[in-house]
Design a protein around this ligand. Structure first.
Ligand SMILES: Nc1ncnc2c1ncn2[C@@H]1O[C@H](COP(=O)(O)OP(=O)(O)OP(=O)(O)O)[C@@H](O)[C@H]1O
Ligand SMILES: [Mg+2]
Length: 530
C-alpha cells in the first residue's frame, strides 16, 4: 500500500495465528490503521490479497464515531448485515401504504433477521454489556453521554457481538484511566481468538501481547514477545544488517580500486572477474526507518496579565452528581496545571465550564457557562485549545496546508511550510486531504495551529492520546519551555511529573487544588491517607 510517493509497506507476506495476541506498532502515520482497514475489508490493498475468517470484531481509532447512537444499538451494529436489515425493516413498517414489493422485501428482511439471530439481538447485547460491567440503565443512553472507560466497554461489546474469530482493536486505551487500562489488559489476556491491537502504550503492549508486528522499513516484521522485546530484537537485527552492509561497501571499494587501476592494462580477465564480484556484492539500499521526532515549540504573541484566571465559588454538577463545588482560586501567569481524575470524574466538564466564560475563538458550550460561581479571565488572555475529540476540530474536505493557513492569513507560504515541516509534514505531506490524516498526524496539525496562533494560555485535553513516543517527548519539552499558562488534562503520569507546577484533582465530587509538583502532591495525598 502506498499514497503518492510514500510507501507504507510493500510485498508483505505475514500471518496472524489464533491464540496469539499481536501488537501492531509503528510511529504516527506508519500505516497501522490503514493495515487494519485492509484486514477488516474496509479498504482494498493496491496489490496482494488478504485471507480472513468470516467474522471479525473491530474497534476503530475514532471512538467518537457512534456518539449519536444509543448504547444498545451501537452494540447491535457490530453485526452490520443484521443492523442494515433491522433499519430497512423499520422504514418499511413505518410506511403508511405498503406496496406488494414492500411486502416481498419485508419477507426477505425477516429472513435475514432470522439468520442473524436478530430476534434475540437485544437480549444478547444486554448480556454482553452486563458481562463487561455496563449497568442496564445505561443501555438506553446516547454514546456521547458516556465517559471514556464506559465507551470502550460498549465498543468492545460491539466488536464481540456475534462471536468473532478475531478482534482488531485500534488504540483502545486512548481516553482510558489506569484502572480501566488494567481491566482491559485482564480482559484481553483471557481472550481465546486471534487478537491484533494497535497501541502506542508500551506498558499495555508488554502486558497483553505474545507477539509484535512492527511496521517499519516499508514492511511488516513480526517479533516474539512484548514491546520491549521487539525494540531489543529490532535494534540487534538492524545493527547486524548495517554492519554487514558496511563490510560489503568496503569490499566493493577495494574491488573498484583494482578495476580502475588495471582496466586499461593487460589483466583484462581479472578485471572482468572483479567486476562480476562487485555486482554480486551490490549492497541493497536499506530503507530508512520511519521513526522521526517532531519539533514542537509554543510561542506567545504577547503575555497575558499577571493573573490570567480567577474563580470564585465555582461549582458544576450533572443532574444531582456534583463534579466540583465552591472552588475558589487565583492562578498566575506561567503556571502549569495538570487536571487529574478517573474516567468520568468531570475533567473535560471542568475545563469546558471555564472556557464557556472565556474569550473565543472555538465552539463554547453555553449550557456550561452558568451553574454557580464566577470565572474571570485576565487581561489579554488568548486561549489555544486542544480538544479531546481533536480530530473533529479539523474540517474535512480541505488540504492540510489550507486548513492551517486560515488561522494566520498573514503568514507567508514559507512560514506555513516551515511550521508544517517542524511537525514532520515535509514537502508533499502538507498537501494531504485533511480527512486522510492519521490520528497522530491530526494531533500534529493542531500543534501546528497552536504554534501559528501563538496563544498565551494553552488548554489541552488529553493531547498525548494517538501520539507516538517521539511526539510525546517533543510535547513534554515544549510544555516545559512554554512561558504562558497551561491547563493540561492527561492520564500520562510521566508528562504530569515533568511539567506540572499545580495539580487539580477530581475525585467523586471532592476537588483538590494543590500548588506544587506531582511528586509533592503524591506525598501529601499519601500522608493524608494515613
Ligand atoms: N487517502 C489518502 N491520501 C493520502 N495519504 C493518505 C490517505 N490515507 C492515508 N494516508 C496516509 O497514510 C499514512 C498512514 O496512515 P494511518 O492512518 O494508517 O497511520 P497510523 O499508523 O494508523 O498512524 P497513527 O499512529 O497516527 O494513528 C499517513 O501518513 C496518512 O496521512
Ligand atoms: Mg492509526
Amino acid at each position: 500500500m502506498r499514497f503518492g510517493a510514500k510507501i507504507l509497506f510493500e510485498e508483505v507476506t505475514t500471518a496472524f495465528q489464533p491464540g496469539r495476541r499481536f501488537g501492531l506498532t509503528g510511529p504516527n502515520g506508519a500505516g497501522k490503521s490503514t493495515f487494519m482497514k485492509l484486514l477488516s475489508g474496509e479498504s482494498e490493498p493496491q496489490k496482494g490479497n488478504v485471507f480472513k475468517p468470516g467474522k471479525l470484531g473491530v474497534i476503530s481509532q475514532n471512538q467518537f464515531a457512534y456518539d449519536e447512537f444509543r448504547v444498545i444499538d451501537t452494540v447491535i451494529m457490530g453485526n452490520k448485515r443484521l443492523w442494515a436489515a433491522l433499519q430497512e425493516r423499520e422504514i418499511l413498517y413505518d410506511k403508511a401504504d405498503m406496496t406488494d414489493e414492500d411486502g416481498i422485501r419485508l419477507g426477505e428482511l425477516e429472513g435475514v433477521v432470522g439468520e442473524e439471530d436478530g430476534y434475540s439481538a437485544d437480549s444478547d447485547a444486554a448480556i454482553l454489556l452486563q458481562g463487561l460491567g455496563i449497568p442496564d440503565e445505561v443501555s438506553e443512553r446516547k454514546m456521547s453521554e458516556l465517559q471514556g472507560g464506559q465507551k470502550v466497554r460498549v465498543l468492545l461489546a460491539q466488536a464481540l457481538f456475534g462471536n468473532p474469530e478475531a478482534l482488531l482493536l485500534d488504540e483502545p486505551t486512548n481516553h482510558l484511566d489506569l484502572d480501566s487500562v488494567h481491566w482491559l489488559e485482564t480482559f484481553l489476556n483471557s481472550y481465546k481468538g486471534t487478537l491484533i491491537v494497535i497501541s502506542h502504550d508500551r506498558h499495555f503492549l508488554n502486558s497483553v501481547c505474545t507477539h509484535i508486528a512492527d511496521i517499519d522499513y516499508e514492511t511488516i516484521i513480526t517479533y516474539p514477545g512484548g514491546y520491549d522485546d521487539m525494540v531489543l530484537a529490532k535494534t540487534q537485527v538492524r545493527a547486524r544488517i548495517e554492519a554487514d552492509n558496511l563490510q560489503r561497501q568496503k569490499k566493493i571499494a577495494q574491488l573498484q580500486d583494482f578495476v580502475q587501476k588495471f582496466s586499461a592494462g593487460t589483466r583484462a580477465s581479472q578485471v572482468q572477474s572483479r567486476k562480476k564480484e562487485m555486482e554480486r556484492l551490490q549492497t541493497s539500499d536499506l530503507s530508512r526507518s520511519n521513526i522521526a521526532r517532531p519539533f514542537i515549540k509554543f510561542h506567545m504573541k504577547r503575555p497575558s496579565g499577571r493573573v490570567p484566571l480567577e474563580v470564585k465559588d465555582f461549582s458544576r454538577a450533572y443532574d444531582t452528581n456534583k463534579i466540583f463545588s465552591n472552588f475558589t482560586g487565583m492562578f498566575e501567569r506561567g503556571e502549569k496545571i495538570a487536571v487529574l481524575g478517573r474516567n468520568g470524574a468531570g475533567k473535560t466538564t471542568l475545563i469546558k465550564a471555564l472556557m464557556a466564560n472565556g474569550p473565543g475563538p472555538f465552539d463554547k458550550e453555553p449550557d456550561l457557562a452558568s451553574g454557580g460561581g464566577e470565572v474571570t479571565w485576565g487581561h489579554e488572555v488568548q486561549i489555544g485549545y486542544f480538544a479531546q475529540d481533536h480530530r473533529e476540530t479539523i474540517t474535512p474536505g480541505m488540504i492540510a496546508h489550507e486548513w492551517l493557513h486560515q488561522f494566520d492569513p498573514q503568514a507567508s507560504r514559507e512560514e506555513i511550510r516551515g511550521v508544517l515541516g517542524q511537525m514532520l509534514f515535509a514537502g508533499e505531506e502538507g498537501m494531504k486531504p485533511t480527512e486522510a490524516l492519521s490520528g497522530g498526524e491530526a494531533a500534529r496539525l493542531i500543534f501546528c495551529r497552536l504554534m501559528l496562533e501563538k496563544p498565551n494560555f494553552l488548554i489541552m485535553d488529553e493531547p498525548t492520546n494517538h501520539l507516538d513516543l517521539e511526539a510525546i517527548n517533543a510535547l513534554n519539552f515544549a510544555i516545559q519551555k512554554y512561558e504562558g499558562t497551561v491547563i493540561l488534562v492527561t492520564h500520562d503520569e510521566d508528562l504530569v511529573a515533568d511539567t506540572a507546577t499545580r495539580i487539580w484533582h477530581l475525585d467523586k465530587g471532592v476537588f483538590t487544588n494543590f500548588k506544587g509538583s506531582y511528586e509533592e502532591f503524591q506525598a501529601t495525598m499519601a500522608a493524608n491517607a494515613k
